[in-house]
Write a protein that binds this ligand. Structure first.
Ligand code: NOJ
Ligand code: CA
Length: 563
């Protein structure tokens, strides 16, 4: 093993006005209510984050992406925003925010704020005003109100379904309905309305002026809508969505280009320009509009997250995305886990044909009782191998809090403790996303496993959380945390030009690629050891995702970094 670079960072140098800082950044997603609780009320908060900045520095991340921290009734984990230009009092104050961002910057870490433009919450002052105003009023035009159908206008305007289940239309009692693609507490904004557009430009400036370095744009592909009558049926829309040709009235429409061009103009008022990454669940071939430099500049690629743990699938996905980055001028984005999907340490332990079981629709697979018997050891082994494969790739890596601990999904949350609207609106079908949002274990032997100073945790932490605690892992040279720290420290050395060269290997389970500076990353995706290819026999092994007992063999489901 070689020495790892010290983690002390000269903030002045790191945060110099480098307009390309985002291209190969390791970005760590903080889901604020579940990260660290400073005041002991069971809800993670901004001061908790500030207190844990030394941890982030030691982990070696370049930026934090902060999930919504705005005032919210938490109908959807904060993605129901009451006020876009304030901090949720449950999480702190604007002064706490300023302190947090100053401390992050002082530690050499950038901040990406989550912005939620498709819908506000139903408690937003605009929505209250809309409800208090008559049909056809200017206040209603900021949202999407339509007359009901039927003789007494009691039927919804169409049979559209919300993403979380149930009708996408909510009646307001005067013959009109409003559209909500997500929960009823999340009314969709009308992006054809100039005030809506201007208000978001003001929000972007508000946070950029406070030092926010970039934005993660929630459901970026939903803002523009065509509600010309007659509205098409749900079945017809499904056909169009599957066709993915841009003709869907709700998703991925051309008018988005104009909206994001306005955002880009604001981003470019700053030095360095503010960045943005689109959350857009569109076909890979349709990601260009968001990743273009005239638009948001980067778009999440969820391809690896959706793939099976399989050499051929990973190979194809990397090639496709390398080509995509070259076409758009953007950089790659790699991600295995976030607050919406089953943690990858668990996903990779599902029976073989289900390792692509990423989505909330499949979460019943491992819920108590119906479980297909998750193989936790295998899940972790594969997750570690996949992570080292990912961290060597050119482009940015998006990591989700807790994955550096190899944390599994929590399946055993009692129904009474659940919070996710996808659980309540799909009773008995989906267990929702709470299992990846359980407050982190920091200390094995402390109240709330060190999440806060008291026992309180807004989602129950299982007893087995102790064994994943940060304090245990920090002291263990073989822990997942130690592996992440080493990989992130070394990663800077292989971030030259954003290219890679595959090394031809005559085995279907092996993939190897070369990066700048002579770095080579080799993965065995198979479930059996493979004789080490001769090309690697004399290479220096710097890091591996699992134990190497026999130098002549590459163990099953293992990645090695060579220099
Ligand atoms: C995507 C977010 O990641 C998810 O958590 C949220 O429920 C929806 N957008 C709606 O805002
Ligand atoms: Ca708190």
């Amino acid at each position: 093993m070689t020495t790892i670079r010290p983690t002390t960072i000269d903030a002045g140098t790191v945060l110099a006005a480098d307009p390309d800082w985002w291209r190969q950044a390791a970005v760590y997603q903080v889901y604020p209510r579940s990260f660290a609780d400073a005041n002991g009320d069971g809800i993670g908060d901004l001061r908790g984050i500030t207190a844990r900045i030394p941890y982030l520095v030691e982990l070696g991340v370049d930026a934090v992406w902060l999930s919504p921290f705005y005032p919210s009734a938490l109908a959807d984990g904060g993605y129901d925003v009451d006020d876009y230009r304030d901090v949720d009092p449950k999480l702190g104050t604007l002064a706490d925010f300023d302190e947090m961002i100053a401390a992050l910057h002082g530690a050499g870490i950038r901040l990406i704020a989550d912005i939620v433009p498709n819908h506000s919450s139903d408690r937003h002052e605009w929505f209250r005003e809309a409800l208090a105003s008559p049909p056809g009023s200017a206040a209603r035009d900021r949202y999407i109100f339509r007359d009901g159908e039927g003789p007494d206008r009691s039927e919804p305007p169409s049979d559209w379904e919300s993403i979380f289940g149930g009708s996408a239309w909510q009646p307001v009692g005067d013959g009109q309905f409003y559209l909500h693609l997500f929960a009823p507490e999340q009314p969709d904004l009308n992006w054809a309305n100039r005030q809506v557009r201007d208000d978001f430009l003001a929000t972007i400036r508000f946070w950029s002026d406070r030092g926010v370095d970039g934005f993660r744009v929630d459901v970026a592909h939903a803002l523009a809508k065509d509600l010309t009558y007659p509205l098409r049926s749900h079945a017809e829309l499904e056909q169009t969505r599957l066709a993915g040709d841009g003709s869907h009235p709700l998703w991925d429409r051309e008018e988005l280009d104009e909206i994001y061009a306005e955002w880009r103009a604001v981003f470019d008022e700053y030095d360095p320009p503010r960045t943005a990454v689109a959350e857009a669940w569109v076909a890979p071939t349709r990601r260009h509009r968001y990743a273009a430099p005239t638009s948001l500049g980067q778009a999440f690629n969820f391809d690896l997250l959706r793939a099976n743990f399989d050499a051929a699938e990973f190979h194809e996905i990397v090639d496709r995305n390398m080509a995509f980055a070259a076409e758009t001028g953007s950089s790659n984005t790699w991600v295995f886990s976030n607050h919406d999907v089953i943690r990858h340490a668990t996903r990779y332990g599902l029976p073989d044909d289900d390792t692509a079981g990423y989505d909330i629709g499949k979460q019943w697979l491992f819920s108590g009782g119906v479980s297909p018997a998750v193989d936790a050891a295998r899940g972790l082994r594969r997750a570690r191998a996949a992570t080292l494969f990912l961290l060597g790739l050119p482009g940015s890596a998006y990591l989700y809090q807790g994955e550096e601990l190899g944390l599994p999904e929590v399946a055993d949350i009692p129904d009474t403790a659940r919070q996710d609207p996808s659980f309540f609106r799909n009773a008995g079908v989906e267990i929702g996303r709470d299992g990846c949002r359980v407050p982190l274990p920091w200390a094995a032997d402390a109240p709330s496993y060190g999440f806060g100073p008291t026992d309180a945790a807004h989602l129950p932490q299982p007893e087995w959380f102790a064994q994943y605690a940060v304090d245990l892992q920090a002291a263990d040279p073989n822990s997942t945390l130690t592996m992440y720290r080493r990989a992130l420290a070394l990663r800077h050395e292989l971030q030259g030009p954003e290219n890679l060269a595959w090394i031809a290997l005559d085995h279907p389970d092996l993939l190897a690629y070369q990066r700048p500076g002579g770095w080579t990353i080799l993965t065995n995706f198979g479930d059996a050891p493979v004789p080490l290819p001769s090309a690697f026999a004399d290479r220096e092994q710097v890091l591996s995702s699992g134990p190497i007992d026999d130098a002549a063999l590459l163990p099953a489901e293992t990645t090695i970094w060579y220099r």
